[in-house]
Design a protein around this ligand. Structure first.
Ligand code: UTP
Length: 457
């Protein structure tokens, strides 16, 4: 694209200020920026602007959704065992993969570098990536299986993520089984709808949300690769949850036995305005997730006849996807999910300086793919077993709260196995390589109890 063509395009989409800026640049820098601009899909940008200017509150009729509760499972031990055994068989025959989405910017945590490289464990200070990788490694040993580990990054943290895995020898995993690939980026806009610069010759773009992960799986070639190795089901999770049970036989088993295409774990919301998405059923019988910020207070706090919250099932970013579901929904190289808009502070390049400005970032959400599934399952999980996100630098969902939850869980495993824990012990950490659940813990371990006790190699 030359300067004239680029100016025409920019003027057509009311980006005149950028034309003036291009004119002011020396030729080599101008050409660099023109190259960037030529990769922008301006029709899409126009659509995004419309999203930004419309109030995106849900208008759809909805009712509470069905969820397979833990109570119902415990009352049906035959089904529980059947599903668990089915899941174990899937894992053993190499039909499952682990997939962590780690392309986010982690702005609330304020940690320099990929969030996965944030140290979280209470005694050994293991990073999120290390904990996840050790869980995958431990499961490959436990089930004598081959489990590919997929990691989605974004442009901003891709090389740092690759470096983190290389520096740590892939945390013991076979590097041929670890696939690290970036997601797409999408231009952000200022509040007037104009493109933003991030540097003298570059446009400001943000990662296209965790909903971009399904397209990235396809476009990176990783989906084809793992399918050719026999993988049928993908365990999807978020990088900032160190309690995640990545390779859960029951979850895979229910998904497989029920012929679900996309399954989700849900937990009971702690209080009406807890900031998690909510599973709902729409009037066309499809299931979806509504963002808490899109729902009125009356809906969030509505009660059922038994006094529990009517819309109680919170979404925590834990899913199983059938590979065939992703393939079936790819059209033109992508899975077409809607963009959501968020008004955020953006570090923009303005007249030679980096300044914080207000702007719009656009993201796709992975749960918007749920209504595309012909069959979907929701399975209850317990917060204390599986959800300890590290989102904020302090307070709710911080390192402190996450460590407390990890400590409580490891304690409960030891108590289940009849270990008595001395009073002076403050923190306990159990290596995933030693146990993935309480049942993996031998009952005759000689524990060297300390204020900060580590159980593992
Ligand atoms: P969050 O919504 O918590 O966003 O992501 P974040 O970027 O990590 O943190 P903030 O909002 O800037 O503080 C939930 C999960 O989705 C991934 C994140 O890495 C995290 O695992 N994610 C989010 C992506 O992989 N790509 C994205 O574009 C956005």
């Amino acid at each position: 694209m030359n300067f004239e063509q680029c100016s025409k395009l920019l003027n057509k989409f009311s980006q005149n200020a950028l034309v003036e800026y291009l004119e002011s640049l020396p030729e080599n820098e101008r050409n660099k920026l023109i190259d960037e601009i030529s990769s922008v899909n301006f029709e899409k940008i126009d659509d995004l602007l419309r999203i930004a200017n419309s109030a995106s509150k849900t208008g759809r009729k909805m009712i509470p959704v069905d969820c397979i509760s833990l109570k119902s499972l415990s009352e049906n031990q035959d089904y529980l065992n059947k599903c668990t055994n089915y899941g174990i068989d899937l894992i053993k025959r190499g039909a499952v993969a682990a997939f962590v989405v780690a392309g986010g910017q982690g702005s609330r945590l304020g940690f320099e570098g990929p969030k996965g490289a944030f140290p979280v464990s209470a005694v050994k200070n293991k990073t999120l990536f290390q904990l996840h990788a050790e869980k995958v490694l431990s499961a490959t040993r436990k089930y004598n299986s081959n489990i590919p580990f997929l990691i989605m990054t974004s442009k901003a943290n891709h090389s740092a993520t690759v470096a983190e895995f290389e520096k740590n020898s892939y945390f013991g995993l076979d590097h041929k089984n670890v696939h690290i690939f970036p997601q797409n980026m999408i231009p952000s806009l200022d509040i007037e709808g104009k493109l933003i610069l991030s540097g003298k010759t570059s446009l400001f773009r943000n990662p296209d949300g965790h909903g971009g992960s399904l397209t990235a799986l396809e476009s990176s070639g990783v989906l084809d690769k793992i399918m050719s190795q026999g993988v049928e089901f993908i365990s999807y999770f978020q990088v900032d949850n160190p309690l995640i049970n990545i390779i859960d036989p029951l979850f895979f088993g229910i998904h497989g036995i029920e012929n679900s295409e996309l399954s989700s774990k849900a937990l009971i919301k702690a209080y009406p305005d807890e900031k998690v998405g909510i599973f709902v059923k729409y009037d066309d019988s499809t299931v979806g997730v509504e963002e808490y910020s899109d729902l009125p207070k009356e809906v969030l706090s509505a009660r059922d006849s038994d006094g529990s919250l009517l819309y109680k099932w919170g979404s925590i970013g834990i899913h199983v996807f059938s590979c065939s579901f992703i393939k079936r929904n790819i059209s033109g190289g992508e899975i077409n999910l809607p963009f959501h808009v968020a008004r955020k502070k953006i570090k923009a390049y303005v007249k030679g300086e980096i300044k914080e400005i207000e702007g719009f970032k656009f993201e796709k959400f992975v749960f918007d793919s749920i209504p595309l599934a012909e069959k979907t399952i929701i399975l209850e999980t317990l917060r204390e077993n599986e959800f300890a996100p590290v989102k904020n630098a302090s307070g709710v969902d911080s390192l402190e709260s996450s460590r407390e939850l990890m400590n409580n869980l490891y304690r409960s495993w030891l108590l289940e196995k009849n270990y008595s824990i001395p009073d002076f012990v403050k923190n306990i950490e159990i290596s995933p390589l030693t146990a993935l659940c309480s049942n993996d813990l031998p009952s005759d371990l000689i524990v060297d109890w300390k204020e900060n006790t580590y159980i593992g190699i």
